[in-house]
Design a binder for this molecule. Structure first.
Ligand SMILES: Cc1ncc(C[n+]2csc(CCOP(=O)(O)OP(=O)(O)O)c2C)c(N)n1
Length: 665
């Protein structure tokens, strides 16, 4: 392999990665040296010969994307960032795994320049990469014009046995094959070892055949320690009309006495083994010492600046030929909303308050999407095979396929986890706002990807319909009970459970305007009655919880479908001479960060409270604060018509009114 800017042997370039990894893990006294040592030659092949990036500007829009799906090998990525010239210093490398260093235990995209996404939960990285490659494909189809490919980059992934054992790799790679994502190139670190030892006892798949069956281009039996061979494979992969898997045979802990053993996976080599490894690999340098010629060989700054400049020249031409497209591209890649978006939403919501029917909130969501779809072409929707139930497809939706890459809607198939991780990849890439649906009960399938959306604070919108026992006859396997509470406890996740079309539209608006994290919209299957509201009340929806009807004796707090029930209960109480305040709480996460004075106006401190929500009760205990009670679900539901279920589980205005009376007496 001709080296681009050095005559040093490839092995010395790889050794720089190996020893930075050994030294950082030794110093932290924790971490994973084995995989970086095994994949170092693969990294040389990729970064010396193929990867287009500019270390001085990690945000260059048309850079290649890299995902380390086996995130425990983080030191490989930090070493490459350091060596190629990113703002990751040798002191940062020395601070590996320390408090808010740029080099945390696993790659975190919000801590380190040059890290595209957060990985560590195995299998999700490859799905994230599929999402990135999809975003690239969609944007290329939407924006590129003849001779002006302003979106034109690859997504590279390193992944290991663990990622391939995880089921999500099947979900995501199966779809990537169907979609013919030719700019996705995955390099498999086939070292035959995971934590419990040699994987052939629990992982005996023929991975090459598996990926061939997914319609991937598979390049098998590549010597992962021959950088030239890996580089040739990458060159071949770039020519393919499909995604490529390059199976690289490697040795975990290459060069060390622990080579080919699980002992190299996740513990420091220690000083003595470092010494032996250095002798074996011909590395004559002190810990954290990299000689100048090796730095020079790795340095990607000059080449990167040139690559970015060429792209800027192209973009300048594009801008003069297509000024509107160029402006839209920049707006979308920067994540800005069109001017006047909030005003348009205001008018739309005012109109809904006046004219919307009493529809299910999932249907309301579709009505909102019909409106948004035209205003925000960056919205990329989908559903895990429940489009008709989730109402995620709107009148401007066009189904994406290999033949229609300009589409804006994915039939993800029954793949909730990959769908969610892919949305993270799309959000990481930029230029699109991903949203997609399934039943709320199956948020459990998606959950760890939702957690990564929240950790990365990505603008991903989860449309989770059939939000309670209100879905009826499908029974307890389909009836979410604990899901609202469990998603509300997730940091940075905003959970909305709107009670009608107006609150649904506000939820969408806030989710779209939220640059600080994902949102979940929990929507009803059944029709819900729209309450009357003043303009001030509409404005108060944005505070997460607000007074729908004032009262003095007791406060009834409800969400979603139970708001209607709270209003009915208040009417029954009025007949008994009890004045109830009704609070709608569509987003507890937002309500709880309002100031105390506002909160005291909504839920007066000195009045008893009743919470009504067809979900687990635990999280509401703090609100009730031993001065009231909760009408909720403490079991799993049952198969029956919704009305029967609500009545039998105590969601009945007469019953609750009687309970309130008893409580107050
Ligand atoms: C979802 C998930 N489960 C478990 C782990 C813990 N874990 C980290 S690495 C690893 C083994 C991975 O094996 P492999 O991909 O072969 O990595 P190597 O041993 O080659 O470094 C496991 C189980 C994890 N990070 N993510």
């Amino acid at each position: 392999m001709p080296l681009s800017n050095s005559q040093l042997p490839n092995s010395q370039l790889a050794n720089a990665i190996r020893f930075l990894s050994i030294d950082a893990v030794n110093r932290a006294n924790s971490g994973h040296p084995g995989a970086p040592m095994g994949m170092a030659d693969m990294a040389v092949a990729l970064w010396q010969n193929h990867f287009r990036h500019n270390p001085a500007n990690p945000d260059w829009l048309n850079r290649d994307r890299f995902v380390l799906s086996n995130g425990h090998a983080s030191m490989l990525q930090y070493a490459v960032l350091h060596l190629t010239g990113y703002d990751v210093s040798i002191d940062d490398i020395k601070a590996f795994r320390q408090w808010h260093s740029k080099t945390p235990g696993h790659p975190e995209n919000y801590e380190t320049p040059g890290i595209e996404t957060t990985t560590g939960p195995l299998g999700q990285g490859i799905a994230i990469a599929v999402g990135m490659a999809l975003a690239e494909k969609i944007l290329a189809a939407q924006f590129n014009r003849d001779g002006m490919a302003i979106v034109d980059h690859y997504t590279y992934v390193f992944l290991g046995d663990g990622c391939l054992m995880e089921g999500i790799s099947h979900e995501a790679c199966s779809l990537a094959g169907t979609y013919k994502l030719n700019k996705l190139i995955a390099l498999y670190d086939d070292n035959g070892i995971s934590i419990d030892g040699k994987v052939d006892g629990w992982f005996s798949d023929d991975t090459a055949k598996r990926f061939a069956a997914y319609q991937w281009n598979v390049i098998d039996n590549v010597d992962g320690h021959d950088a030239a061979a890996v580089s040739d494979a990458i060159a071949q992969a770039k020519q393919a009309d499909r995604p490529t898997l390059i199976c690289c045979k490697t040795h975990i802990g290459y060069g060390s006495p622990k080579v080919d053993t699980a002992g190299a996976h996740g513990s420091p080599l220690g000083k003595d083994n470092r010494q032996l490894t250095a002798e074996k690999l011909g590395w004559d340098y002190q810990p954290f010492e990299i000689p100048d010629d090796i730095y020079a060989a790795w340095d990607g700054k000059a080449k990167g600046e040139q690559a970015e400049q060429q792209w800027h020249d192209l973009f300048t031409q594009y801008e003069s030929a297509y000024p509107e497209l160029a402006a839209a591209f920049l707006r979308r890649m920067n994540g800005y909303l069109p001017e006047h978006f909030a005003d348009q939403m205001h008018d739309f919501i005012t109109d809904l308050q006046a004219n919307a029917d009493n529809v299910a909130t999932r249907k309301a969501s579709e009505i909102v999407l019909d409106f948004l779809g035209e205003k925000l072409p960056e919205m990329i929707g989908g559903s895990a095979d429940l489009t008709g139930s989730n109402n995620t497809k709107h009148k401007h939706s066009q189904v994406f396929s290999a033949d229609n890459p300009a589409g804006n809607y994915f039939s993800y198939g029954v793949r909730e986890f990959a769908m969610s991780a892919m949305m993270n990849g799309m959000a990481n890439h930029g230029g699109v706002i991903p949203y997609a649906g399934t039943f709320l009960v199956f948020s459990d399938y998606a959950r760890n990807a939702m957690r990564l959306s929240a950790l990365m604070r990505e603008r991903v919108i989860y449309v989770m319909t059939h939000d309670s026992i209100g879905l009826g006859e499908d029974g307890p396997t389909h009836q979410p009970v604990e899901h609202l509470a469990s998603l509300r406890v997730m940091p940075n996740m905003a959970v909305w459970r709107p009670c009608d079309a107006v609150e649904t539209a506000v939820a969408w608006q806030v989710a779209i305007e939220n640059h600080n994290g994902p949102s979940t919209l929990a929507l009803s299957r059944q029709n819900l009655v729209k309450p009357a509201r003043t303009e001030a009340q509409i404005a108060a929806i944005y505070k997460g919880g607000y007074v729908l009807q004032s009262g003095n004796d007791i406060t009834l707090i409800a969400t979603g479908s139970e708001v209607e029930l709270a209003m009915q209960t208040a009417a029954k109480l009025a007949d008994k001479g009890i004045s109830a305040q009704v609070v709608s709480m569509p987003c507890y996460d937002i309500y709880r960060i309002q100031d105390k004075a506002y909160q005291a106006g909504v839920i007066p401190n000195d009045k008893p409270r009743v919470v009504i929500e067809a979900g687990a009760t635990l999280m509401w205990e703090g609100i009730v604060a031993n001065n009231g009670f909760i009408v909720g679900m403490d079991g799993f539901g049952a198969s029956a018509p919704a009305d029967t279920l609500f009545k039998n589980y105590g969601f009945d205005a007469d019953l609750i009114a009687a309970q309130v009376k008893t409580f107050l007496d």
